[in-house]
Design a protein around this ligand. Structure first.
Ligand code: ADP
Length: 393
């Protein structure tokens, strides 16, 4: 019996060891399993985070607004490419303070205010020495869960184009008011003089009434031209494009202007070769030719010559021109004559019944056909106005 005891003890010990070994193997497997699950979870989280970051980056990169994110110390954490373009940043500004990055004290003040007040909206920032570029800045403080300041987001909208349009519109309204006021005050002046007694002298009364009629006509021309410009600019008139013979179109305008040409002893010459076909809206083309030829008669030489020509050019186009042999246009005004209300000689234009809108209408119509306008001149020897139009193949 006593000799069996050690064997029994050994057996129990082996069984216990085997049980412990099995248990520890089981624990190890479970541990490995948990580790794997943890690693999978971690990997999934990481992938999700990377995906979210990529999406966010893509959104920030495609924004037309500039975006700048500052950390809680006021250092740049992120700047999107639009911001880089807006401020023409030569390098990566991450890690710099706002002042070091953009060098604008006003912006620094906005960031400080946003951090203390929570947000700053609609601040307009004029960029120094940058052709009047204007940005609108909105800034908001980012708070962490315990409401502590954790950073600032600044969003920049480029308002330059809107501001420019606003100023063009203001200038246009001011110009129109001025243009309308001039003939109106003339009419009023003459009517008052008539009422004050001039009406009793038939000769004077007739002369005054003729002047009033001239100014009333100017008002009508001006309003007609303004309506045309506004229709052309709003794009509300669809062009009725058709195949037209340029020589015939020029001949029709020359007939309409015959009386005016005779009055100023100007010879109108149609030099357009036969068979030159263009694709254009007939009424609009008549307006272009009329305005150009009328100017050439008005501003050209009394007793001079106005030539209307045309030729095929490369790329399926036709170039037409109206040339006079008058005093011409000074070099610095060659481009500006196509602007609304621009006149080289204001008094002369008024005296001729000009509205200052004729060439602007020409430019709009030609551009509406996909063509271009330009003027050339040798002062003292005349001016030539060119336009291009699509040819009929
Ligand atoms: P306006 O009603 O004053 O004629 P336009 O827009 O037709 O307005 O022309 C603008 C200005 O361009 C004119 O006031 C005139 O000073 C100048 N201009 C136009 N055509 C000629 C030309 N053939 N020769 C010289 N100057 C011209």
């Amino acid at each position: 019996m006593t000799s069996l005891l050690p064997w029994l003890a050994l057996g129990v010990a082996v069984a216990a060891a085997a049980w412990l070994w099995r248990r520890s193997r089981g624990d190890q497997r479970a541990l490995a399993e948990s580790r794997r699950e943890l690693a999978d979870l971690h990997h999934a989280r990481e992938t999700q985070w990377v995906e979210e970051q990529t999406k966010q980056q893509a959104v920030f990169n495609s924004m037309i607004e500039g975006l700048l994110i500052l950390d809680e110390d006021g250092r740049v954490q992120f700047a999107n490419p639009t911001l880089g373009q807006m401020f023409r940043l030569p390098r990566d500004v991450r890690g710099l303070t706002l002042l070091e990055a953009l060098r604008l004290h006003e912006l620094q003040e906005i960031a400080v205010r946003a951090a203390s007040e929570g947000r700053v909206t609609g601040f307009e920032l004029q960029l120094p020495g940058d052709n009047g570029r204007v940005l609108q800045v909105n800034a908001a403080s980012v708070r962490d869960p315990d409401r502590a300041h954790a950073g600032t987001i600044l969003v920049f909208h480029d308002l330059t184009r809107i501001k420019q349009l606003e100023s063009v519109r203001k200038e246009f309204v001011a110009n129109v008011s001025h243009e309308l006021r001039t003939p109106l005050s003339m009419i009023k002046g003459y009517v008052e003089t008539l009422l004050d007694g001039a009406k009793d002298d038939p000769a004077v009364a007739t002369r005054f009434l003729q002047t009033i009629e001239k100014h009333a006509d100017r008002l009508t021309f001006l309003i007609d031209d303004l309506l045309t410009i506004s229709q052309l600019e709003s794009g509300s008139v669809a062009l009725n494009l058709q195949s037209l013979d340029l020589r015939e179109q020029v001949a029709a305008v020359a007939r309409d202007l015959d009386a005016r040409a005779v009055e100023r002893q100007v010879r109108l010459v149609n030099e357009v070769p036969e068979g030159l076909s263009i694709r254009a809206d007939a009424d609009r083309l008549q307006q272009v030719l009329y305005n150009l030829a009328d100017n050439a008669i008005k501003y050209g030489r009394t007793g001079g010559e106005v030539r209307l020509g045309g030729r095929r050019i490369e790329g399926d186009g036709v170039e037409g021109w109206v040339a006079d042999d008058g005093p011409g246009v000074p070099a610095e005004s060659l481009e500006r004559v196509f602007e609304r209300f621009y006149r080289v000689d204001r008094a002369r234009s008024r005296e001729q019944g000009g509205t200052g809108l004729g060439l602007s209408i020409v430019k709009h119509i030609i551009q509406g056909h996909g063509g271009e306008v330009r003027a050339e001149s040798t002062p003292g020897r005349g001016a030539t106005f060119y336009y291009t139009l699509p040819a009929v193949p």
